[in-house]
Design a protein around this ligand. Structure first.
Ligand code: BMP
Length: 259
């Protein structure tokens, strides 16, 4: 099963180009840490990535919370991605009809399709959303579908989750993996389990977020790439904290594949 396979091996099994790349980056840089740069200042995001870029495999953005967003921000974050060898995930959580999503993906202020290696999407509207995101004109692009959420009281049911995984199986070349919480959600070792809701110092926030430990998320719940936001960005020394998360998360992965 996918729990005991190495990222190197899984890179070979991946059908989506971004999944292949991400597995390879993790193996090369020895990090399965995805930093969620949930800051509202472009300058602060870039400063932070200068310091922690070497420790992460993936940077997750919410472009629509950035108050000084410009094309220059994109140029510079892409330069950092190149320099430090990480990929960029725009966590847009698309959730509309295909036609609208194709406009949201390629037009407007953000032109996400021009720069994000991968994006997140809800399966709720049906397959049209995947068709809309599938028109990448030959560039290497991917989608993480939301199959589960970390927040308490979320309305996703077991049936919804299964239908989401079934929908994804029709688009093997597009799907990078699932945003989910449990190892039983899917089986294909070529897909990536992206798991948010991890913090060392806290078990929840005031708005429904639920946190687990790295051990639990990787060894019990099957997380492959682990999303950390405030655990790092709100720390006194984000750089030192990024190293702690990176080392802890990698140890858990090594333990998982060796035993
Ligand atoms: P934090 O570690 O600060 O709680 O941030 C978690 C990040 O992961 C946020 O950017 C949030 O949008 C995202 N996320 C989540 O927390 N739970 C999910 O189920 C899906 C998410 O994308």
């Amino acid at each position: 099963d996918r729990m005991s396979l190495t990222y190197e091996k899984r890179a070979e099994l991946a059908k989506n180009g971004v999944a292949k790349q991400l597995f390879s980056i993790m193996a090369t840089k020895k990090t399965n840490l995805c930093l969620s740069v949930d800051l509202t200042s472009a300058t602060k995001i870039l400063d932070l990535l200068e310091k922690v870029g070497e420790h992460v495999c993936l940077v997750k953005t919410h472009a629509d919370i950035i108050e000084d967003y410009t094309g220059d921000f994109i140029t510079r974050i892409k330069q950092l991605a190149e320099r430090f060898n990480f990929l960029i995930l725009e966590d847009r959580k698309y959730a509309d009809i295909g036609h609208t999503v194709s406009l949201q993906y390629s037009k407007g202020l953000y032109k996400v399709g021009d720069w994000a290696d991968c994006v997140t999407a809800h399966s709720l509207p049906g397959e049209g959303i995947l068709k809309a995101l599938n028109s990448s004109n030959g560039v290497n692009r991917g989608v993480f579908l939301l199959a589960e959420m970390s927040s308490e009281g979320n309305l996703i049911t077991p049936d919804y989750k299964e239908a989401t995984v079934a929908m994804a199986s029709k688009y093997p070349e597009l799907i990078t993996g699932f945003v989910c919480q449990n190892k039983d959600t899917f089986k294909d070792p070529g897909l990536i389990q992206l798991t948010p809701g991890v913090q060392l110092e806290s078990s929840k926030d005031d708005l429904g977020q639920v946190y687990n430990t790295p051990e639990k998320v990787i060894l019990e719940k099957g997380g492959d790439v682990i999303v950390v936001g405030r655990g790092i960005v709100a720390a006194k020394s984000p750089e030192a904290q990024a190293v702690i998360y990176k080392d802890t998360l990698w140890k858990c992965y090594m333990k998982r594949v060796s035993g």
